[in-house]
Design a protein around this ligand. Structure first.
Ligand SMILES: NC(=O)c1ccc[n+]([C@@H]2O[C@H](COP(=O)([O-])OP(=O)(O)OC[C@H]3O[C@@H](n4cnc5c(N)ncnc54)[C@H](O)[C@@H]3O)[C@@H](O)[C@H]2O)c1
Length: 218
């Protein structure tokens, strides 16, 4: 059985999106999701070669930009590049927080840290009057190159697939997630159907947090 789902085509037609940290894993899946929904996407990743590769593999609606999410100036340049190329920025997605802007323009930079994520969510109320929504998706373990390299560290215990299977069994749903399952949640929060949703964290974790009831520190 496959856990992949087909995106609804055209739901981001004419939108302009900036995705950061996206040459691999969940970020790359976001680029694919927004582009297949009809958006123009600027993908921002830290190394030049993989940035170029992503832009080439998705073709015309996707442009690559080499930048580091930890550097505010890189992010400002990325937003300016997207605004210039696409005529504005409607949606910004990073690995930890997902920002949506209804009117064209640029948003301030974010990083992928949990601390920054919490601060962005707290700012949701400040930006709501401008019709900017700020939401987050909280994944559990997701099958990405990063997770596979972590599993590879345990190769003395078993093959990567076996380790991933055993980690998956710790999730009530019995498996790890697929990037497309995360990006569907991102697409919902960034889309028209979530226009009244802001300051929310949507856990897409196979029931993990419901099972262990952990509250992360601020
Ligand atoms: N995979 C998981 O199970 C999982 C679960 C929860 C949270 N996360 C977090 O989600 C994020 C993405 O995870 P992933 O598994 O998709 O990772 P990944 O390693 O598969 O991909 C990360 C991408 O981010 C880019 N990147 C890394 N540092 C960057 C920087 N400073 N500036 C710009 N781009 C940068 C890399 O080039 C790569 O394209 C990470 O912050 C990770 O800690 C992952």
């Amino acid at each position: 059985m496959t856990h992949e789902s087909k995106p609804s085509m055209g739901d981001f037609k004419g939108k302009s999106v900036v995705v950061t940290g996206d040459s691999l894993g969940m970020g790359r899946a976001c680029v694919e999701r927004f582009a297949s929904g009809g958006a123009h996407v600027l993908c921002v990743a830290i190394d030049e070669a993989s940035t170029r590769e992503v832009a080439q593999s998705f073709g015309e609606p996707v442009r690559g930009f080499c930048g580091d999410v930890r550097r505010a100036t890189d992010m400002q340049c990325a937003m300016i590049e997207a605004a210039t190329a696409f005529g504005g920025v409607d949606i910004r997605a990073t690995a930890w927080s997902w920002i949506r802007r209804r009117t064209s323009g640029t948003t301030s930079s974010t990083s992928i840290s949990r601390d920054c994520f919490s601060r962005q969510i707290r700012r949701a109320g400040d930006h709501a009057p401008d019709n900017i929504t700020i939401n987050a998706v909280g994944p559990a373990l997701v099958d990405t190159p990063m997770l596979r390299s972590s599993a590879d560290l345990f190769k003395r215990i078993g093959a990567v697939e076996q380790i991933l299977d055993s980690w998956g069994r710790s999730h009530p749903i019995g498996r790890i997630g697929q990037p497309s399952e995360i990006t569907e949640a991102v697409a919902f929060l960034a889309g028209e159907k979530a226009r009244f949703t802001t300051g929310a964290e949507l856990k897409v974790d196979g029931g993990l947090m419901a099972k262990i009831g952990v509250v992360l520190p601020e």
